[in-house]
Structures are given as C-alpha cells and as structure tokens.
Design a protein. Structure first.
Length: 217
C-alpha cells in the first residue's frame, strides 16, 4: 500500500472513531465521570475540601453525575449533568457539562428537587441520631426491647436512610418535619442484624443538622 493510501485510511479511521464516539448512546465512561467530578469540585472549593476530608460545614453535596441525553436525537453530542445540593440555599444546582472539553455549559437552580441520599449523607444521618442524647435513648430502649441486650455502638445495628419529604406522612408531622422537602431531610429505618425492624424511625434535617422527630409505626 502506498504511503498516501495508508495515510488516507488512517485519517478515515480517526474520523469514523470520533463520529462513533460522538453519537454513542453509552452512559458516561469512568473517565468522563472523573473529569466531570473534578470540574465541579474545582468550581466549588467547599465541595473539594469536603471530598478531601477537610473538616468544616457541609455546604454542598455532589448528588449525582449522569449522561444528559437532551441532544441525543439531534446531534448525538455527549453531555453530562451534575447535580449538586446547596445546603445554604436549599437548592439543587444542575450543571450541564461538556465532558470532552471539560467545560461547564450552563447551570440552573431548582427548589424542591430532592435526589436520593449519597453514602456521605447517610453516614452523616447515622452520626446525628447517635449524637443526639434523647434520640439515642429511644433507640437504645427499642434495641433492648427487641434483643434484651445493651446498645453500645452503631455497629450493633443495621440502618437504611431515604430522602424524606413532608408529603410522605402529612398527618403525623410536627412543624419542624413539615419543612422536609423544602429542606433536605432523611428518614432512617433501623433494624437488627437478624432483620428485626424497629418500631421507631428518626427523621433528620440534614440542612439544619438536627433530628426533627422520631416517627412510630
């Protein structure tokens, strides 16, 4: 094969590869997710410090990074959406990002948009309920009722946490819990290692770092 034919084939392969990638329906790659995360953290220094484990208030939480498919049927251009919760304003910031050029294309803020809790938020929720003396006493009494043992550590329990909004239990909520949805809140389901569920379930306002009430089943 002559050199100019080989060069033509090489260029054709590059163009074909680029076009295939641009029109790909695949979810974001690990590399695209990492680039998007790094870009958001560099844009929000408080979020970067939090990711690095630096002590301080939880001003922001990176909730989710996903493929933005709004242009799939038009141009097939790959875009990413990053959802960040702003605890200072109780808004979810939606960033639209080009993961190839690593640039933020736009951002918009939304009230009352509550995505699922992150692992970091679940950990915070568990720490808050065990740090609150009154709530810990209620949990300890429930644990002793079920197991006839003394609760000594969070490791003695299993816990699942979910985003909580006031419309979930509208008739059973106090004034503080009625703010959930406008504020970012979590409800904790506690159970023993052998899957016996507690009859009490704390509701935690993560925006205010406090337990608003302990609901009963």
């Amino acid at each position: 094969m002559r050199w100019w034919k080989a060069k033509l084939v090489f260029i054709s392969v590059l163009v074909l590869t680029a076009n295939t990638y641009a029109g790909s329906q695949d979810p974001l790659s690990l590399n695209e997710q990492a680039n998007t995360t790094a870009l958001i953290e560099s844009s929000l220094p408080a979020l970067k410090r939090q990711a690095e484990g630096v002590n301080g208030t939880n001003s922001y939480e990176l909730l989710l990074i996903e493929r933005d498919r709004s242009e799939d049927k038009k141009s097939g251009v790959r875009r990413a959406n990053a959802f960040v919760y702003d605890y200072k304003t109780d808004e979810t910031i939606i960033y639209r990002i080009d993961p190839i050029t690593n640039k933020i294309l736009s951002s918009v803020r939304r009230k009352n948009l509550q995505l699922p809790l992150t692992a970091n938020e679940i950990e915070r929720t568990v720490k808050l309920i065990f740090a609150d003396k009154e709530t810990f006493e209620l949990i300890s009494n429930e644990y002793q009722r079920i197991t006839e043992k003394v609760l000594s550590s969070p490791k003695d329990l299993e816990a699942k946490a979910f985003v909580f909004t006031a419309d979930t239990l509208p008739e059973q909520l106090n004034k503080a819990s009625q703010q959930c949805g406008l504020h970012r809140c979590a409800q904790i389901l506690l159970y023993t290692h052998d899957s016996v569920v507690f009859e009490i379930s704390p509701i935690v306002n993560l925006s205010a770092n406090l337990i608003t009430q302990v609901a009963g089943f």
